[in-house]
Design a protein around this ligand. Structure first.
Ligand code: ZN
Length: 385
């Protein structure tokens, strides 16, 4: 992990193609240079480089993290575009076209005060809340990505990063930094390349949680066509094999504060009620039919449906096969048809169908229905909500 081999590589690369690439973008692999114009968002993700009081930043972090975030912003934008939402992504505040405005925050306590376990993430988030309260101009939205340098102790180091928080926690999410956390390793079949998929894929996935996304699984046909859902096991594939965002994930991002192009729109407050009526779920041959009507004081942007095996708790929901349909009304009817062949990843006798209404203010309203394959009965509600 010494900096010299990469420096040599960079030098020879520059000599081979001195015209095509500037020194600034020389480390970005061609795939990450294919950029589409991203629509300007009205709110931006806060990006914090969080240092314990006894910790120095990992060298060159501003360039490395900027390049990784810009590529990730592109990934989200391309997926949003593919699902018909336009080239929207999480907003970033920029220092220059190639540098993200990353806030370097020096914490009150040593790094050991903010470990992966025992509430380390919560303590860091609370300290950052106080920081934002004192510096409201620095807070660009309610979504924050917090990046900490790996610990260097008997267990963790540059070759085995860790020790620090690495998860989503409400609208905060945590990722980590280490010397080879650099987009030049993207897709490489090297130790650095595999390490990058793990930690960059991990950052892409945890950021998804911080942007309101639950876990979900690709359908059988998506698996063949697009690979692995980022919010399933995509944190292990991102950068190395095809990885994508499901329609259900993009429906939620469509109603996420930092994806909104309107600076004045308010998120996550206001009423969250959705009244449903006449929900009917029936299984006919190879089809699951789901229908009913809905009514809300808010615009209901979409209906996501998740079908999963037990258990249903958070972090046991990676198997939730996801479907989505756009509604874009305050009230109306919905009608979805799910081909059972799309659920081939589910094996249990018991399964659960969840309806998730995605509201314009970013809130989600869910209803759950449990079924047993060996004694399937149609569900029909009484007509009251
Ligand atoms: Zn996760």
């Amino acid at each position: 992990m010494s900096p010299f081999p990469s420096f040599l590589l960079l030098s020879s690369f520059l000599i081979l193609s001195p015209v095509a690439l500037s020194a600034e973008t020389a480390s970005v692999p061609p795939v990450a240079q294919e950029r589409i114009p991203v629509k300007k968002s009205g709110h931006q993700l806060n990006v914090i480089y969080f240092l314990g009081s006894d910790t120095l930043p990992v060298p060159d972090y501003e360039r490395r993290i900027s390049e990784l975030l810009i590529h990730l912003q592109q990934f989200y934008a391309k997926e949003m575009q593919r699902h018909g939402y336009g080239a929207r992504s999480f907003g970033l505040t920029m220092k220059s076209p190639d540098r993200v405005n990353i806030i370097e925050y020096k914490a009150k306590q040593p790094a050991s005060h903010y470990p992966y376990e025992n509430g380390g993430g919560g303590r860091a988030a609370q300290e950052l809340n106080e920081f934002f309260n004192k510096n409201p101009d620095k807070k660009k939205s309610t979504h924050t990505l917090i990046i900490m340098p790996t610990w260097n102790d008997e267990k963790n180091n540059a070759n085995n990063p860790g020790g620090v928080p690495f998860y989503g926690m409400g609208r905060n999410c945590f990722a980590l930094d280490y010397p080879a956390f650099d987009i030049k390793h993207l897709g490489q079949k090297t130790n650095e390349g595999r390490l990058l998929t793990k930690w960059y894929g991990g950052m892409a996935h945890e950021l998804g949680h911080g942007l309101n996304l639950p876990h979900n699984h690709q359908t059988a046909s998506e698996d063949k066509k697009y690979g692995t859902a980022l919010m399933g096991a995509g944190n292990y594939t991102f950068g190395s094999t095809p990885t994508f965002l499901t329609g259900a994930s993009c429906a939620l991002l469509d109603a996420c504060e930092v994806f909104s192009t309107s600076p004045s729109q308010k998120f996550y407050d206001g009423q969250t009620d959705v009244e449903t009526k006449g929900i009917a779920i029936s299984v006919t041959g190879n089809q699951i039919l789901i229908s009913g009507s809905y009514k809300s004081p808010q615009l209901v942007k979409a209906l996501n449906i998740y079908v999963q095996d037990p258990p249903y708790a958070v972090n046991q929901d990676y198997d939730a096969v996801a479907f989505s349909t756009k509604l874009n009304k305050k009230n109306g009817k919905f009608n979805m048809r799910i081909d059972k062949n799309e659920l081939s990843s589910l094996q249990n006798n018991e399964f659960r169908i969840s309806l998730m209404f995605v509201l314009n203010n970013g809130r989600q309203v869910q209803r759950h229905f449990t079924f047993y394959k060996d004694k399937l009965q149609d569900y029909k509600d009484s007509g009251k909500s």
